[in-house]
Design a protein around this ligand. Structure first.
Ligand SMILES: *Cc1c(COP(=O)(O)O)cnc(C)c1O
Length: 500
């Protein structure tokens, strides 16, 4: 049964559009003391918006209350465990925020002259070198704004290197356990994708790999530890197999939370990889907020890095644009700078030993959950887990309950759900990543909830099938929401007309 029930003021909140009354304003301006001018004449026709139908008119206080109330509906890492596998939702130490809000850093402008930007350039240089050391690679770019963007940048560089050798080649190999962004990236860069099947331990099958690596293959995109939370134990041989045929190895480093301070991709043969600074190196993330998909490369790829690159001249930093082989910019300015500051603060506050300890604690937490839930849920692969563990809903499916139902029931217990139905190679996947920042008390509460749900599935499956029972919005029709999304507010008076 639910142990911790929280009852507090629950404020329901209509849409801002529904609170509107004509003529209300959130501002009061003094009377005009200059002649009134026509905005279209001053700003140009194209820069003046027409009246927006039904635009909400509310007071300042109504707008403030509206958004404050909505903010209380959110689940957040600062409220409780956020066990989304692959996402690495860890606590964001507040020292990062303090540093990122330092006046000279927070107010720096990307068009500031170099002479006034030396401190910010130093931050970029220090972070690049820390990440090069952590990954065992030769150079790092901080331009890409997200993991997927880093993948794109990395594969673009592989393509540029192969082109410089005379043949860009045709295919990128992607294991069947990969994140969906991997094949999408390969296609975006103009390659076709060949899927490779994992073996029964959830790893790349060397025999299969050897057969498919031909002269047509530009590279392999591999996640390590992979998305079933298992370390690819043949990673050196995998890299050698690709290199023997003149192909390259891209590592999706979204799971670096399992490796930092313990193993370095550069040492086991990876040519290029991205880091999700917004996962491994804290930074509040989720909901599409700013991120950073820093890309680290081995020496062969350094000439192809996006420009400009930092260069030291005497005792000053300087942006170097003279990079004849560069793939070019992938983003305006120098990346999401605020995220970079937070990542550097995180790395420096932890230090080498602290980062290593964080990794070991993440592994310990995931294995604690794995061990205590194994009697209740079917473990997808028996190989040792790293920083996350993946179960399937096989046992619950016998009672008609699937992974999505268990996830919805978790909400009633006060937890954010785990990752549902990913990775795709596990039927009914339940992917759980606790991260190092959770203490035993929170882990135990989560484990108790999962065990309690497993029992409910056997005794009262209908309760789980209809979950959640305690939320503002109960179960929604996800199929219709995906197939016929309504993403625009339509005034109630005309809604029925529009639906016709
Ligand atoms: C999160 C993630 C990505 C994509 O990163 P974004 O920053 O969301 O673009 C890619 N691969 C894996 C394994 C991930 O977990």
């Amino acid at each position: 049964m639910i142990k911790q029930v929280t009852r507090h003021i629950v404020q329901n909140e209509p849409l801002l559009f529904e609170q509107s009354s004509p003529g209300k304003k959130g501002y009061q301006l003094p009377a005009l003391d200059v002649p009134e001018s026509d905005p279209e004449k001053v700003l140009g026709r194209e820069n003046v918006r027409d009246e927006i139908d039904g635009f909400p008119e509310v007071s300042e206080f109504e707008a403030l209350r509206h958004f404050t109330r909505l903010s209380t509906w959110n689940y957040a890492i600062d409220l409780g465990l956020y066990p989304l596998g692959s996402c690495t939702m860890k606590y964001n130490p507040r020292i990062n925020e303090l540093v990122a809000r330092t006046e000279g850093v927070a107010w720096a402008h990307p068009y500031q002259p170099e002479s006034l930007s030396q401190g910010c350039m130093e931050v970029i240089a220090a972070l690049e070198s820390a990440l090069a050391e952590i990954t065992g690679m030769d150079a790092v770019t901080l331009q890409p704004a997200a993991g997927a963007h880093g993948e794109f940048t990395g594969i673009l560089m592989i393509r540029a290197l192969l082109e410089s050798r005379g043949n860009a080649r045709k295919k990128i190999l992607v294991p069947d356990s990969a994140h969906g962004t991997n094949p999408a990236t390969a296609m975006m860069v103009g390659y076709t994708v060949e899927n490779i099947k994992s073996n029964d331990r959830g790893m790349v099958d060397l025999g299969v790999l050897e057969r498919v690596v031909t002269e047509d293959v530009a590279g392999l995109m591999i996640t390590n530890p992979n998305t079933v939370g298992v370390f690819e134990e043949n990673i050196r041989k995998i890299c050698a197999t690709l290199h023997d045929k003149g192909a390259l190895v891209y590592m999706d480093g979204a799971n670096m939370n399992a490796l930092v301070g313990v193993a370095r991709p550069g040492d086991f043969g990876v040519d290029v990889m991205h880091l999700n600074l917004h996962k491994t190196f804290s930074t509040p993330h989720g909901g599409g907020g700013p991120g950073s998909g820093a890309v680290a490369v081995a020496k062969v790829l350094t000439p192809f890095l996006p420009g400009p690159r930092l260069k030291r001249e005497g005792d000053k930093w300087h942006w170097n644009y003279d990079l004849p082989q560069s793939t070019g910019r992938v983003r305006a300015y120098y990346g999401n700078f605020g995220v970079l500051v937070r990542a550097l603060a995180y790395i420096m506050a932890h230090g080498g030993n602290g980062l290593r300890q964080a990794t070991l604690d993440a592994l310990l937490n995931a294995n604690y959950i794995r061990t205590l839930l194994e009697p209740y849920y079917e473990l997808a692969y028996k190989a040792p887990s790293m920083h996350e563990c993946v179960f399937s809903d096989d046992r619950q499916a016998k009672h008609g309950i699937r992974t999505g139902d268990v996830a919805k029931r978790l909400i009633d217990y006060g937890f954010h759900p785990y990752t549902v139905s990913f990775p795709l190679i596990v039927r009914g996947a339940m992917m759980i990543e606790p991260t190092e920042t959770e203490g035993k008390r929170d882990l135990d509460a989560f484990i108790d909830a999962m065990i309690s749900i497993a029992k409910e599935v056997e005794e009262t499956p209908e309760l789980v099938a209809k979950a959640p029972h305690s939320t503002r919005t109960l179960r929604v029709d996800e199929v219709t929401a995906a197939r016929k999304p309504v993403v625009r507010w339509i005034p109630r008076s005309t809604a029925s007309q529009a639906a016709d």
